[in-house]
Design a protein around this ligand. Sequence first.
Ligand code: DAH
Length: 357
Amino acid sequence: MASSDETNADGNSQACLAGLPAFVAEIDRLCADAKAVIAAARNEVDLEKARIEFLGARSGRLKGITRLLSGLSASERPVGGKHFNDAKETITAVFNEAKDRMAVAAAQEGGSSAGAAIDITLPGKQLRLGHLHPITQTIRRVQEIMSRLGFESVDGPEVEDQWHNFEALAIGPEHPARDPLDNFYLTVAQGVEPLLLRSQTSTVQIRVMENREAPLRIVSLGRVYRPDTADATHYPMFHQVEGLLIEKGSTMAHLKSVLRFFAASFLGGDVRVRFRPSFFPFTEPSVEVDMEWGGRWIEMGGAGMVDPAVLKAVGYDPHEVSGFAFGLGVERIAARRYGVADIRDFYRNDVRFLEQF
Ligand code: DAH
């Protein structure tokens, strides 16, 4: 409707316009039309139609008239332009008044009929937007902290072969960690080696070292899978942080410094890091990492110097390079930081729990 009117107005006026007086007359006519149409608007829909017809940015009638401005002579144009701007202001003001009037009328009507007028002086109610899951927030935080020490974030696949999940990590064929009861094997045909859902992110160490030269500093955070019964501290799917540094001259002291820096940055404040002797097939020596924060010690994961057998498996020369690695449980560090007693809460999808982060 608006555009056909506009074409008429435009077409006619372009044909018969002669100079400033005709231009001014055209604008006055348009102004009068606009006032009449706005005054006749019965509701907000009518009013919006009127706005589009007269003030619409692309095909409003007022916009159409701007083209006629160029038909004026250079001396007429300033006066014509001013007249045009005045008209636009007038129509906008008339429109805004009508709109306000309608809003007030609508509020009063609501008040009398439903007894609940909208009191626009009351404070607003903020709508809460969604946010990232606490585990995702934790992952991003860990990545950010580790990046400050030059550790680059990398990813690896969740479906792995036995070379990357076990063999290259010096977990031999008879090792109990390969037991079918302790892994999610995904099987395939007779005679074909089964793949599995990775049981640890240490797989990523191998994938990175196979493809890159030392020196290296990487961190990899992702899901791992073990057929554990879910309880307050176990879940069949959970997340690990895997760190790997390969550099000439690296030592256990560097490992401890990195872990202490990480723990202090992640938990904040006073944190102590303790190593307890342990065993992992892919590190020598191996340690369990405990952290003390808020007066309580908690076991966070394992670490150690990368075993020369692993360096050889990926084609590095163990006489040339050394390095350390560590693997921590993401749910564990998140639970510790946020005071969550049961890691199952992270996966119940109860909004009342998730909203707190
Ligand atoms: N992958 C081990 C686990 O899942 C944790 C671990 C221990 C990772 C020692 C490491 C490490 O990188 O050096 O229990």
